[in-house]
Design a protein around this ligand. Structure first.
Ligand SMILES: [Zn+2]
Length: 51
């Protein structure tokens, strides 16, 4: 489960922007890249990002 405390310490690997949880994806508030969540863990890899 992704909680607010975890989100607070995560940052977008592409731009270091803040990220939020949306539709079960991690979404960067700065560049809008989206990162998948696999097995309950966010996959913050630039290669995995969707624009
Ligand atoms: Zn970003």
């Amino acid at each position: 489960m992704i909680d607010d405390a975890l989100l607070a310490i995560l940052a977008c690997p592409a731009c270091q922007g803040d990220v939020v949880l949306k539709d079960n994806k991690i979404v960067c508030t700065r560049c809008a890249r989206r990162y998948p969540i696999k097995d309950g863990a966010p996959v913050l890899l630039a290669d995995e990002a969707e624009k």
